[in-house]
Ligand binder design. Sequence first.
Ligand code: MN
Length: 204
Amino acid sequence: MPNQYTLPDLPYDYAALEPHLSAQIVELHHDKHHAAYVTGANGAIDGLAAAREKNDFATINQLEKNLAFHLSGHVLHSLLWKNMSPDGGGEPEGELKAAIDDQLGGFEAFKNQLTQASNGIQGSGWGVLAWDPTGGRLIVEQVYDHQSNLGQAAVPLLALDMWEHAFYLQYKNVKADWVTAFWNLANWADVGERFGRVSSLSVV
Ligand code: MN
């Protein structure tokens, strides 16, 4: 069986998000960091297949941790690239706007929550807007690493990378400036399209 996870092409040139995000960061972040998560996810899948084949589960805990970490990293980075656009910024429209108004107190309140959740992360993580199918509502999650502090079944719609590799070469230690810049890149058409795809999802 071939490797299941592949690195998606960027939907724009490395420099397309400047001045908000430098070409150097985009290139390294996509070609090196995201690529490593793809390799890691495939490696975990292969390792688990080998363990089943040999009936040797001596490293099962590490393999399962690796799968969760690298697969989640792959998913969130795949979202991140599409969640940003050279033509981004502004505010959501349509059904996504209505859901944010109804469930998160309006765009400014939601924006403030996601900003605070992102800036408050201790160590590496993400600020995420997600659809929680259990409650039938949008939620903001403060994700640690790529895979921790999550509500099960929630589907990420908008992912803001707060790992230092996402901003340090441009914004140094002032991570709040990266969050401010991200709002100028947010691709609400993409987020709204994702919302439309998952808002009727039923899990439990
Ligand atoms: Mn990253």
